[in-house]
Design a protein around this ligand. Structure first.
Ligand SMILES: [Zn+2]
Length: 221
């Protein structure tokens, strides 16, 4: 069995660091007394929900294109919706690979994609489609993906705070673009802000339900 010299406790299981203080353990590891708990979520359900949402978004973008039939110059903006669908899938696939660092990898992905779009926009004459459409749509779809993941994966209570912070950040970026006057039409930014607010409200409601369940358990109600 391994031992933590700082806490003077013996630790069962295959730990490399002390679960109490984080310092290195000495001695040989012993077999874990508890069975390993598999992830409690249905991969199939997650993929089904994402597929339905993606199909609806892509279908809507085609409907809008039909509606804009006489103004093909506006198509580019509508097609940036597909970037959002790709973002949603990337966030979900990252979550399926390893959900430890989901918040950080989502943020990295979005910053990289936003920089690529902005540079591309700059190269092609700076029509500001990147800041007006691409970035708010990607932020909005990342928020949708996070809400679905929250729901399907049943995250720990501690992770709620991290996801709320990330949602606030994703909602603030489009507001900034809007306030700085960097966008040509405010609609996508506004939708993203509304999505962020709705998702925060949902997070708080869920957390309130969790807290109520805990209280009920403690008080044997
Ligand atoms: Zn320790």
């Amino acid at each position: 069995m391994r031992r933590c010299t700082e806490c003077a406790v013996r630790i069962e299981g295959n730990w490399s660091r002390c679960p109490l203080c984080g310092s290195h353990l000495v001695g040989h590891p012993s077999p874990d007394p508890l069975p390993s708990v598999p992830l409690r979520f249905s991969r199939r359900r997650l993929l089904r929900i994402l597929t339905v949402i993606s199909l609806v978004l892509v279908a809507l973008s085609f409907v809008v294109q039909l509606w804009l039939g006489h103004r093909p110059s506006e198509f580019g903006a509508v097609r940036s919706v597909w970037l959002g669908v790709c973002t949603m899938w990337l966030v979900a696939l990252m979550a399926l690979r390893g959900r430890r660092d989901l918040a950080r990898s989502t943020l990295t992905l979005l910053v990289l994609a936003a920089l690529v779009c902005t540079y591309w926009d700059y190269l092609t004459g700076w029509h500001r489609w990147s800041l007006t459409f691409a970035v708010p749509i990607m932020c909005g779809c990342a928020i949708i993906a996070l809400v679905i993941l929250e729901h399907v994966m049943r995250l720990e209570v501690g992770e709620h705070a991290l996801y709320s912070a990330l949602t606030v950040l994703l909602g603030i970026v489009p507001i900034l673009f809007l306030l700085l006057g960097w966008v040509t039409t405010p609609v996508p930014s506004a939708i993203c802000v509304v999505l962020a607010l709705l998702s925060l409200a949902l997070l708080q409601l869920e957390r309130a339900a969790d807290v109520r369940d805990e209280l009920a358990k403690k008080l044997h109600v």
